[in-house]
Each structure stands twice: as structure tokens, then as C-alpha cells.
Design a protein around this ligand. Structure first.
Ligand code: MRU
Length: 350
């Protein structure tokens, strides 16, 4: 599958496939400091909720690795400071904060006399475990979600919720991959996903590499395709899911959900339980990132909007739970009412 690593640890560095340059160039960025990892998350060298969680965890491990010659107190301080810096990068995807919390627990559960090098090694192990568990969760989610897809179907997806957005395999695209692996005939329509074109650039790239049938459409074309009967269902990922089942995901996801409801089509969300935020009662409590105007006013460096025009660039929206047919997680498929089904999934922790 794929033949690329979204994120890895090599020779004491955090290495990431630079997603800003895809599909034109496949290049890897090597981060040697926490500041570089934080910048990579902020500027979307790496993006997608589970992937930025993996990046944050490896960023903490990188800080600890760099401080190991200075003793155990220096390792602890470096890890804590790194976590603080990384928490400031992007606010919406809860996976980032979840991963930092896991790193904090790994740090705090180490015996006080643990040697600096052992402490740093322990943090690196935990960060790589977070990534590997994410891949395993995606594969499980894929198996569960594939069962919801008809033997032959056309699926709409939005943004990129694939191997590039996760440790590997993908959430929404993992469901599609698993269905194809089971022998189903799946055609994918990928919303281009303005303004940063994650659908056109990234989803089309990674599905194309796997030989999965994919057609990029302008975001505004989905309604017409549904009306023509050319789409059977939608599957998207999520950045944060509130306790009541409200789903924050890439801006434009809410429109897809409204269109599905209007055309009587299922709207599925695929996300690992690390994307659940049971502390948020509803989508009202989910912080929505606002990004800079340049992402809207320019494409490939060319200015498209009058410089005096006002611009809004909310990076995410919230789809109300009532529009979500089911939430596919690695622990099972949750159905409405989500207040009960999501809490039950979280109680079933092995
Ligand atoms: O701004 P991005 O590209 O990080 O937004 C990503 C998304 O909205 C994805 O759909 C979401 O993180 C799910 S990834 C499995």
C-alpha cells in the first residue's frame, strides 16, 4: 500500500513527507529541533488529525533525545517545554492534545532514577507506539467500515483522510481501501477541498498510487452528482468529535452532510477513538482554527482576489450529529443517539 512513509524517525531526526509539495514533488523534510516540528505542523508539511498527533509525540521524543547528554532533569524539562510549544500549533484536532497527554503520562510514569538515555528511549518508544497503534486502529476501522459499503458503489469523500493524514492506511480512505481489498468495486469522487486542495492534491495522489478509481470534482459539483444518482454515500474523517456526536472536520464537510441528507444518502464519519473529545458536550465547545488570508487569495502563488477584499478562512466546520448516519471507530460502529453509543464505546476499553 502506498510505498511512502507519512512520518518516521531516522538517525535521530523526525522525517516527514512534505505534503505541501505533493503531487508535484515527493520530498522528505528532516526536523532536527522541536521548533522545526512545530513549524511543520503549523505550515502543514504534515497535516490531518492523527498525523499531527504522531508528529507532536515525535517532537517531544526529539527534544528528549537532544537533551540526553545533559542528564535526566534536562530530558524532563526539554520534554515538558516541547509539549507546551507543540500544543500551540493547531487548535482543532484533539489527537494532537491526546498524543501530548500520552507522552506526558510516559514521562511521569518513569521511575525518578531512570537514566537520561533510558528516559529519552522510553519517550521515543511511546511516540512510535502511538503511530503504530494508529495504523492498527485504521486497519480495524477499515474492516468495520467496509461492511457498510455496498458491493458496488460510488463514494464521495472530502479533504484527505488517508495514509497521509494518519500514521498510515487512513480513516475514511482506510474504509475505502478495505472495501477494495475485500473485492468490492468502489469508485471515489474526491472533493477538491478549497482552499488548500487536500482532495485534489493528496487524496487523488494516494488513491491513484494504489490503483483505486478516483475522480476529482470541484466542491460545488457534489450536489449535481448526487442529483444525477452518481454518488451512493459519503465517508469523511474528523478532527474532533464531541460527546453528542457533533463532528468537526475540514471546512465544507457540513455542506456534504447537508447534501447527503437532502438526497437521502448515508453520511459516514470514520475516526479513531483518539479523535473523540468526551469533555466537549457539543460542537459549540470545539475551537475552530482560523487560517491566514493568503490561503484563500492565492493559488500557487498567483493572486486571485483584490487586495482590498475582506477574506474569511475558517479551516474547519461542525456537522451536527443529526446529519451523521454512523461513526466508524476501531472499537465499533456508533449509531445515534451518540451520547449513549460513543460513551459505550469508550467504556469498552480492552
Ligand atoms: O487542515 P487539515 O488538512 O489538517 O485538515 C484535515 C482534515 O480535516 C481531515 O479530514 C481530518 O483531519 C481527518 S484525517 C484522518
Amino acid at each position: 500500500m502506498g510505498g511512502f512513509d507519512t512520518i518516521d524517525w531516522r538517525n535521530g531526526k523526525v522525517v516527514m513527507l512534505d505534503q505541501r509539495r505533493l503531487p508535484v514533488a515527493e520530498t522528505y523534510m528532516e526536523c532536527e529541533s522541536v521548533a522545526e516540528v512545530a513549524d511543520a505542523i503549523r505550515t502543514m508539511v504534515i497535516r490531518g488529525a492523527p498525523a499531527i498527533g504522531c508528529a507532536a509525540a515525535l517532537g517531544v521524543a526529539l527534544a528528549a533525545h537532544g537533551a540526553r547528554a545533559a542528564g535526566r532533569d534536562a530530558v524532563r524539562r526539554a520534554a515538558v517545554d516541547a509539549a507546551r510549544e507543540l500544543a500551540e500549533t493547531r487548535p482543532t484536532a484533539v489527537n494532537l492534545f491526546w498524543a501530548l497527554e500520552r507522552m506526558k503520562t510516559a514521562l511521569e510514569s518513569a521511575a525518578p532514577q531512570t537514566a537520561a538515555a533510558d528516559l529519552a528511549a522510553r519517550l521515543l518508544e511511546e511516540a512510535l507506539r502511538i503511530r503504530d497503534e494508529d495504523i492498527a486502529a485504521n486497519r480495524r476501522m477499515g474492516q468495520l467500515g467496509a461492511g457498510l459499503l455496498p458491493a458496488t458503489c460510488a463514494v464521495l469523500t472530502h479533504c484527505n483522510a488517508g495514509a497521509l493524514a494518519t500514521g498510515g492506511y487512513g480513516t475514511a480512505l482506510g474504509v475505502i481501501r478495505a472495501a477494495v481489498e475485500q473485492g468490492k468495486t468502489v469508485t471515489v469522487f474526491a472533493d477538491e477541498t478549497r482552499p488548500l486542495l487536500q482532495g485534489a492534491r493528496l487524496t487523488a495522489w494516494e488513491l491513484g498510487r494504489d490503483g483505486i478509481d478516483v475522480t476529482v470534482i470541484p466542491d460545488g459539483a457534489a450536489a449535481t452528482l448526487m442529483r444525477q444518482g452518481r454518488i451512493d454515500l459519503a465517508v469523511v474523517g474528523a478532527d474532533r468529535i464531541a460527546r453528542n456526536g457533533d463532528v468537526a472536520n475540514k471546512i465544507g464537510t457540513y455542506s456534504v452532510a447537508v447534501l447527503c441528507a437532502s438526497h437521502g444518502l448515508p453520511f459516514y464519519v470514520a475516526a479513531p477513538t483518539s479523535t473523540l473529545d468526551l469533555a466537549a458536550a457539543s460542537g459549540e465547545q470545539i475551537p475552530i482554527e482560523e487560517r491566514g488570508r493568503d490561503e484563500v487569495t492565492t493559488v500557487g502563488g498567483a493572486l486571485l482576489v483584490p487586495p482590498e477584499a475582506r477574506v474569511l478562512n475558517p479551516a474547519f466546520d461542525v456537522t451536527p450529529a443529526r446529519l451523521v448516519t454512523a461513526i466508524i471507530t476501531e472499537r465499533g460502529v456508533a449509531r445515534p443517539p451518540y451520547g449513549e453509543s460513543l460513551a459505550a464505546l469508550c467504556r469498552n476499553v480492552p
